[in-house]
Ligand binder design. Sequence first.
Ligand code: AMP
Length: 450
Amino acid sequence: MTFEDFKLNRQLLDAVADLGFEMPTEIQQKGIPPILAGQDVLGIAQTGTGKTAAYLLPLLMKVKYAQGENPRALILAPTRELAIQIEESLRQLAKNTDLRHAVIYGGVGPKTQIETIRKGVDILIATPGRFMDIYLKGELVTKHLKTLVLDEADKMMDMGFMPQIRRMLEIIPTKRQNLLFSATFPEKVERFSGEFLEFPVRVEVTAQATPAQTVSQVLYEVPNLKTKAHLLEWLLQDREKFNRVIVFTRTRQSADNIFRFLSRKMSEDQIRVIHANKGQNTRINSMDAFKEGNVRVLVSTDVAARGIDVTMVSHVINFDVPLIYEDYVHRIGRTGRANQTGEAITFMTRAENIPVEKIEKLIRMPIPRLPVPEGVEVFPTPFEEEQDMAREVDLQKRRENPDFKGAFHEKKSPKAQQAVSGKTSGKKGTPKAAGKKGPPKRTGKKFKAS
Ligand code: AMP
């Protein structure tokens, strides 16, 4: 099958050829015909499958050329990164047309965005919050909207955008084509798609939440944070193999800690960090530097990483196991994109065993486990981190089974025990480095790099 088979116009076919797309991907083969035919479509496809072009190409056929002042198609995305990414694809695919588009998202002032809209827009890309803000300022006319696309609907729900989306549905014409794309299809998305879509055609490219088949996955069983940091450093030494790497963390703090640790180990211009506390411009600059291959390692939290579309990512490293299991699928979908192969490596402590089991259930496959490689120094687990992990495991078990009594008992730290037995070290209040003899530092959130 070729793109010519869809009977797209010449402008679009030329743009597709310029992008180097030789053959439609599976989601494009299945999704483009019903969307072109004007039907509502429910697309279950991860990022990396070519889903964006699957809805943009037919949308561009429908909107065709610049007309009037007001948007006729609206694409909603959960994050500004994804919105920007969609805009980039749109710009490339629409480059031979006269269509006008705008992208609006929060985190920056609305002034420039409003000015762009005032000039006249055919296709609007928006995050839900900013869309409502600008609408309420009276700067958006919605009555000409004929197509509504919800991209990454699962993430949209996880991020709590449903109330805003419901309000939006009240202010846009009911007679329209609806397209809903989601990487996963949990019950809440199913319920919403029942409300939102009319007699939809369902297109699904892989079984629910199956990671892209081009990604190989492994898990390293690592005893503690400090060993994780050193394993990361060790892996990244192979610059040839690990040539474009995203390191994921659950928290901003942890992303910053890893960034600082790695900056001391390798030249700082090889690495960037992005998370929600970084300014919009810093995030865009970091992402661009990574995309262009000027930066080898990008450290990111889950939210900041939504919408990252960088081809040829060699490795995704999960420094920790994500709290939202679906995020694992999103994370590893950053590698192995569009027929490239990639590797996803996850670091797991004993406190992350249960979450990993859940992920394996979700992706319906076991992930091969590996011990810490020889050559990586294994550090002893500091007392407090040990306690934190035991507490975490109990919590997870209790969540599964409220009757679970728990094996964890609050133990006194060696320091407290010493104090009780009267044997003090003589160095009161000066804890030594983690892993050494003596009272441990709190390392649950921060690791001390050596
Ligand atoms: P998406 O799933 O929309 O995020 O797309 C993932 C990547 O695949 C993007 O870099 C697209 O440019 C690329 N892509 C989309 N369609 C094709 C195609 N038919 N052939 C090759 N690459 C594609």
